[in-house]
Design a protein around this ligand. Sequence first.
Ligand SMILES: [Zn+2]
Length: 284
Amino acid sequence: MKYFSFLLLTLFLLPLILYAAQSEYVFFILTQGYPYKQIGFSSRKHEEVCLKFGDKVRIEDEYVRGNITWFRCYREPYFFYLPEGFIVKKATGIHYDSHGNIKIGKEIVDKRNALPVLYRPNDLIPVPLRYSAEGYENRVLLLRKEAEEIFSRMIEDAEKDGVKIRILSAFRSAQYQSYLYYNSIKKRGVLQDSVAKPGHSEHQLGTTCDLTTDEINNVLSQDFENTCAYQWLKEHISYYGVSLSYPKYKERVTGYKYESWHYRYWGKARWEYYQRKYGLFLSR
Ligand SMILES: [Zn+2]
């Protein structure tokens, strides 16, 4: 009897386990539903395959054609093919705190690692209007409470030194990111590298800001590096637990082009370290 059960297990369960291990879930990330024929080719009935942001699809196989990786996907009841640029892998190893947020500074998000595409921190608060870049007053900027306090404090402190820093962009949901991403694909093709893939942007964390200043008419520009605001940040950000995410000459490490305007807050542990070490933070 024991032998029979073992045989049953081997015959029926093992192939199932192996099959599950082979197939992998990903999420479709373009903004609207697209009949599959618009983005690739389908085995059959392609008009009926209409995907929308966040739809879960199962990966069955992958192969490279030219310099694009394609995935054979399955979503009840059809098989179809999607290029790699239109899907994002399921996030793994994510630990949430008791409030359902990922601990600040513990979020791994880069070209390889994605956040859950539907993740939105639940402690987002609006940034006071006076810290928004002029001309962008209609844009509601959201940051996680702790990050809002830090960026506000940093901007106030810079102002005391006669330097004006303003925020252009803060939290972005992965869904909003997908608009930016798709627009960039339309302009530059699927291999574009100017806009982060949805789920792979630090803006989704709610702890990251794009900064600007009057000196460059409050635009988002690489010229930010030539401003007093940039210089001030360079000298002071570490005391606030903030850092420049994509520094110059580090493209091979970060996977992103240099962005003089993009700053991420890494959590209290970092600035407390600097506070202990130098006794500078918040004591000005
Ligand atoms: Zn940015």
